[in-house]
Design a binder for this molecule. Structure first.
Ligand code: GLY
Length: 558
């Protein structure tokens, strides 16, 4: 039995305290999923750029050197904190449904989803937001011109780089779809097959596309040569994009979700990402338990039960806030969490089917990417970027080098039917022209009087539960190495199973959880790729850590 503690009193001042930090860490830290991207960020800092310029460089370089996870053909969420005035903002560069999209576009005449239509090829692609976000970041928050910050990415695209295991795995898993499109196969395959280790990936068309973005900013992608080539290629291959879709694309600056857990101020992504709300709801539920002093099985059981309830609400209530009303205040309220907590039993799992309402999410996914940055002045960035599944739609628009996303699958394409993540979803997330599909991306800042945390990870619907485990590590005073490496387990309401990394649960944990009624399912391999930074102000220490499961690089430098 966990020792119940008084529900945490929400100290209002915590939500607003130290908005303005007095001084930076006098060092910089960058953690990203690829050493060339981390190096690109430092190159730009050394040229006088700030964390926001570095975020442009790291994002654009990841688009080149980790093409399976993000890219100019995708989108993402950039959480920023500006040191000089404490401004915190999210750049919503999420993809949008094309104007010709409609709710039934992936269904056959019987109303059944056509297999893979929302996952492969140009019809699965939303209108990209990443190029617009980079231009906005540079114009509004950077110190350097976009052309300077895009330099490293252009260099790596035109000169090429040697691919690693992450790339080879992704190309293998998507070989078939890449083979379907000559422009994709020419770039990403070798003699029409997955390349051998040591393959040098050169992307000259992508370098030229980046160059047009560097010269003309937003218009260099969404108008003119790039836009024309994108639309021509998409339509020729059966897609529905028009020039108007590209011309109308705009990023949106949104207020982040701010919440509190045991004295930690948390700042995270708002809808159209479900990340911030689901994370806050889980931690609100957990705030009344003494997790640190609970035995291992009880601790995990309570985390799973909190996940079950918050992920159910994700499915039922969340979507693009420009299209649906979201009961944000209620979902974030401690009273609402207290109500949910009442039905949590410490001696038994709650079958998901006994909770009201249904729609659900499913796990998986180690595509998508994340970067965390802090500069010497204390400017902060946490950004999670995606093209959805590995290698997105598998479709490169000829002459652009741009690999398009398959983010349309993040919509509820058919009520009651799971998507690639097992998401069933409801009306709030149905397809509508110009709407943003619901995401799970959870770029997050953590703040106490003495410590700043910056973290996030890829991983589809598992993103939020991974960040939850990272936050709990931070809350219990552990180092970033432990946030990124802790064994992971996940429950998302439906299917009613606890997924866990092979080494995440001990034999005792497994027996204990099964005895409580949980169904356990090991994942085939470890998942996630967290990138994290800790600034311990009291100790004057800056630390960065990159997930040991992949090939990222986390560096701290003067
Ligand atoms: N495509 C994964 C997500 O946005 O959650």
């Amino acid at each position: 039995m966990p020792k119940p503690i008084k529900p945490s009193v929400v100290l209002l001042y915590l939500l607003f305290f130290p908005i303005i930090s007095q001084a930076g860490p006098h060092q910089a830290a960058i953690a990203s999923a690829h050493p060339l991207a981390t190096a690109a960020g430092f190159e730009i800092l050394e040229q006088g750029g700030n964390a926001f310029d570095a975020a442009v460089a790291v994002s654009a370089t990841l688009a080149v050197v980790e093409p399976s996870s993000s890219g100019l053909g995708g989108g993402g969420f950039w959480l920023l904190k500006r040191a000089k005035d404490g401004k915190e903002i999210i750049i919503d560069g999420r993809e949008k449904a094309p104007l010709a999209a409609h709710a039934d576009m992936y269904l056959d005449k019987q109303g059944k989803p056509v297999p893979n239509l929302s996952l492969d090829g140009p019809l699965s692609a939303g209108i990209p937001g990443l190029p617009a976000a980079l231009a906005h970041l540079a114009n509004q928050y950077g110190r350097l011109p976009l052309s300077k910050s895009l330099d490293p990415a252009i260099r790596h695209a035109s000169l090429g780089f040697e691919v690693g295991d992450h790339y080879l795995r992704a190309a293998t898993s998507r070989e078939h779809i890449l083979q379907s499109y000559p422009a994709s196969a020419d770039i990403f395959l070798e003699h029409n097959a997955t390349p051998k280790p040591g393959f040098r990936l050169v992307q000259r068309d992508l370098a030229a596309t980046l160059q047009r973005l560097a010269i003309a900013g937003h218009a260099g992608f969404y108008r003119g040569e790039t836009a024309t080539k994108l639309v021509e290629a998409v339509r020729k291959a059966g897609g529905i994009w028009t020039l108007a879709d590209l011309q109308q694309y705009k990023i949106i600056e949104r207020q982040p979700i701010v919440s509190e857990y045991h004295g930690i101020r948390m700042v995270s992504a708002p809808p159209p990402s479900s990340g911030g709300i689901v994370l806050a709801e889980m931690l609100n539920i957990l705030s009344a338990y003494d997790l640190q002093d609970s035995d291992s099985v009880t601790r995990k059981h309570l985390i799973i039960e909190a996940e079950r309830r918050a992920y159910r609400d994700r499915d039922a209530y969340l979507g693009d806030p420009d299209f649906v009303d979201i009961p944000t205040e209620r979902l974030l309220s401690p009273d609402y969490a207290a109500g949910l907590r009442v039905a949590i039993r410490t001696d038994r799992a709650t079958p998901s089917e006994t909770l009201n309402d249904t729609p659900s999410i499913n796990p998986q996914g180690d595509h998508t990417t994340h970067l965390s940055i802090i500069d010497k002045q204390g400017n902060q960035v946490a950004a999670t970027l995606s093209i959805n599944q590995s290698m997105g739609s598998g479709f490169v628009a000829e002459g652009t080098g741009v690999l398009l996303n398959d983010e349309m699958d993040d919509f509820a394409i058919s009520p009651g039917k799971p998507n690639a993540y097992g998401l069933v979803g409801g009306n709030a997330n149905r397809i509508e022209p110009g709407k943003r599909m619901l995401s799970s991306m959870t770029p997050t800042f953590l703040q106490t009087k003495d410590r700043i945390g910056i973290l996030g990870t890829p991983g589809g619907s598992r993103i939020i539960s991974m960040v939850l485990l990272g936050v709990l590590e931070f809350a219990e005073g552990h180092e970033p190495e432990s946030w990124v490496s802790i064994g992971r387990f996940h429950h998302q309401y439906l299917p009613d199973v606890v997924e866990y990394e092979p080494d995440a649960l001990s034999v005792e944990d497994r027996h204990g959880l099964e005895k409580l009624g949980h169904t356990l399912k090991p994942t085939p391999r470890p998942y996630g790729n967290m990138q994290a930074i800790l600034w311990d102000k009291k100790a004057g220490l800056l630390k960065a850590a990159s997930d040991p499961r992949s090939e990222g690089a986390a560096w701290v430098r003067h």
